[in-house]
Ligand binder design. Structure first.
Ligand code: ADP
Ligand code: GLC
Length: 478
């Protein structure tokens, strides 16, 4: 049994801005199911949705700050969650990283440096918890200082794994900010945290962790190129022997057979019942009720990564086809406005919901026919897997985890029953539109469509397999 400290800046259902929160819920639970002793640790943001008992476990100092360590459990599981409480840093309402105008909090470097330092105290069993980690599993830049700081501890320090969920967010701060953090000078060399005259938190994870993972094999390759390595491709190539891609799984919350958030549950033997969810979706969003029209969908952060600009460019042409489109998301204001303008012009064909809505996300997965993910890059992506489980065929760009999880519908993949969606390569609106037209064409052949739905619904994206790969990794760190 390994003692694993899983360090993250968000965990579903306590707080979520994206897929990291889903992974931070499912992976620890799956590891605990294999008998490991897993503790999750995250900041005690004011916005946390806590439903279980919270206890004070310890109080300690990080510099001049007094930190309380609180303990609770993940809802619906026995996995312990430790919360690093420091109200002057985590006491603001709202998003963990940005203010209501979408700007990063000015003191993010201090906030996450304090979090990392607190995690070191816990990992090293200096926080009165009588628990010492064997492995500290860090996720994304907010935790990147941990492997760096642990490298200065004695030989008995835990092993470290650093998982990159997104190279585009690096935690880069200029030299003046870096000085404010008063990090040990040994860490500030060009082999260490230094990056273009400032410091990079993510580089701390990449340079110092014993093992580095990212969330799909293709993305592990992609980040070793200048296009998606953002200046760290050289270091990633250097660390190539310690870098692996482990595809995310999906949680059982996303299962059409048991989903309590959808009007009619269904499985691969009853997926005619999916049409009841389609009607419910059209009703809920005030779209004309029509079982035969192809319903396209998208649920996403509305940011450049997700190819929203490509979708906006082809929407006027797309809306001249016999389709409806349902969009749920929030993000950059320019994308929100562009979508709002089109939705106002085509109220009978396009339903836009701006904001975050978990229940609607489930209804969309259950009721739509096609899910769009035209991402410019995608470390893993979860919705293309959720979609397949709900028989909602994904249209995806061939990048990162989308490459690894969707099989394009072509004559041979149709014949050998491996086709699960539609894939395009070029990064432009025309390619997206052409691929949607391919889906529309196949939709006219109900038997073939059903076959691809069946293939998709039968895919195994369970966490069990991925958790076993992480466990093997933990066990093989020398
Ligand atoms: P990323 O982490 O890059 O945003 P993922 O595909 O890994 O992308 O995960 C996104 C997660 O966030 C999915 O669970 C998706 O359903 C959810 N999500 C994104 N936007 C919304 C929204 N507006 N409402 C509800 N869920 C959303
Ligand atoms: C990131 C990536 C996404 C991935 C998620 C969970 O947010 O953008 O592709 O699925 O992390 O690993």
């Amino acid at each position: 049994m390994k003692k694993i400290l899983f360090v993250t800046s968000e965990v579903y259902p306590l707080i979520k801005t994206g897929g990291l929160a889903d992974v931070s819920n499912s992976l620890p639970k799956s590891l605990a199911d294999t008998g490991q002793d897993v503790k999750i640790i995250l900041p005690n943001y004011r916005a946390l949705k806590l439903t279980r008992n919270v206890q004070l476990r310890s109080v300690f100092k990080i510099g001049s700050h007094s930190v309380q360590l609180l303990e609770t459990q993940l809802p619906d599981s026995n996995v312990t969650v430790w919360l690093v409480d420091c109200p002057e840093y985590f006491g603001m309402a709202g998003n963990p990283y940005v203010d209501s105008a979408g700007h990063s909090y000015a003191n993010n470097p201090e906030r996450f440096a304090l979090f990392c330092r607190a995690v070191i105290e816990v990992a090293m069993n200096r926080a009165d918890l009588d628990w010492k980690a064997d492995v500290v599993h860090c996720n994304d830049w907010q935790t990147g200082l941990i492997p760096a700081l642990l490298s200065l501890e004695n030989e008995l320090c835990p092993k470290t794994v650093f998982t990159i969920h997104n190279m585009a967010y690096q935690g880069f701060f200029n030299g003046l900010t870096a000085a404010r953090l008063q990090l040990p000078i040994e860490l500030l060399s060009s082999d260490g945290l230094e990056f273009y005259g400032g410091i990079s938190f993510i580089k701390g994870g990449i340079a110092y962790a014993d093992k580095i993972t990212t969330v799909s094999p293709t993305y592990a390759h992609d980040i070793q190129t200048p296009e998606l390595g953002y200046g760290l491709e050289g270091l990633l190539i250097y660390r190539n022997d310690d870098l692996t891609g482990i595809i995310n799984g999906i949680d059982d919350d996303w299962n059409p057979e048991t989903d309590m958030l959808i009007p009619k549950r269904f499985n691969v033997n009853s997926f005619q019942d999916k049409s009841i969810n389609k009607t419910a979706l059209q009703t809920r969003l005030n779209l004309p009720i029509d079982g035969n029209v192809l319903v396209l969908s998208l649920i996403s952060r509305l940011v450049e990564q997700k190819g929203i600009d490509m979708l906006l460019d082809c929407l006027p042409d797309l809306l001249s086809l016999p389709v409806q489109i349902v969009i749920l998301g929030s993000g950059e204001k320019s994308f929100e406005h562009g979508l709002q303008q089109l939705a106002a012009v085509y109220p009978d064909k396009m339903a836009l919901t701006l904001g975050y809505d978990e229940a609607l996300a489930h209804l969309i997965e259950a009721g739509a026919d096609v899910f769009l993910m035209p991402s410019r890059f995608e470390p893993c992506g979860l919705n293309q897997m959720y979609s397949q489980r709900y028989g909602t065929l994904p249209v995806v760009r061939k990048t990162g985890g989308l490459t690894d999880t969707v099989v394009d519908t072509l004559p041979d993949t149709l014949a050998n029953r491996t086709a699960t969606g539609f894939v395009f390569s070029e990064e432009n609106a025309g390619a997206l539109l052409e691929t949607i037209k391919r889906a529309l064409l196949l939709y006219g052949f109900p038997e073939a469509w059903k076959q691809v739905q069946t293939n998709a619904m039968n895919c195994d994206f369970s966490w069990k397999r991925s958790a076993a790969q992480y466990l093997e990794l933990y066990e093989n760190i020398d």
